[in-house]
Design a protein around this ligand. Structure first.
Ligand code: OFO
Length: 167
């Protein structure tokens, strides 16, 4: 049975995953309106779906352990970006923030001696490591490319498979 403090903390994470999904959905739609960036747009649509899956996984866990997973109210995410680089910088910043939040949850689970939640959270720890790696790698690529149009063309093509095994 989940302690109230743990259930509340997990519900905050539900909201954060939902916010992440919305934030990346906004990035996807923004990129979708720009010429030649269908790879970037697809990438963010995919990320948005993944975040929703992370949210659902948490909700199921909370309910299965006797808590009540609450559907959160969401603020409107940022809708436009000054550049592709700024969108990807925000993506990395957001992932780092989510990682910190997961770390706080792990810490709370240990403090409350909730080892089932601690075990459940390991999946999120691993997932965040991978998402941070991808976000960093994409930011580094954009840094290298600068204003080079052919570089951007290749970036958009390569990002189609970013996040898949071996990438
Ligand atoms: Fe939910 O994995 Fe990133 O944020």
């Amino acid at each position: 049975m989940l302690k109230q403090e743990m259930a509340d903390a997990l519900n905050k994470q539900v909201a954060l995953e939902a916010e992440s999904s919305q934030a990346y959905l906004a990035m996807a739609s923004w990129a979708d309106t720009l010429p030649g960036l269908s790879g970037v747009s697809n990438f963010f649509f995919r990320q948005s779906e993944e975040e929703r899956m992370h949210m659902l996984k948490l909700m199921k866990f909370i309910n299965e352990r006797g808590g009540y997973a609450q559907v959160p109210a969401l603020p409107q995410p940022q809708l436009t970006f000054t550049s592709l680089k700024s969108a990807f910088e925000l993506f990395l910043k957001h992932e780092l923030m989510v990682s910190e939040s997961i770390n706080d949850l792990v810490e709370a689970s240990l403090r409350l001696k909730d080892y089932a939640t601690h075990n459940f959270l390991q999946w999120y720890v691993t997932e965040q490591m991978e998402e941070e790696r991808i976000a960093r790698m994409l930011n580094e690529k954009l840094e290298l490319i600068g204003e080079d149009k052919s570089g951007l063309y290749l970036f958009d093509r390569d990002i189609m498979t970013a996040g898949e095994p071996g990438q």
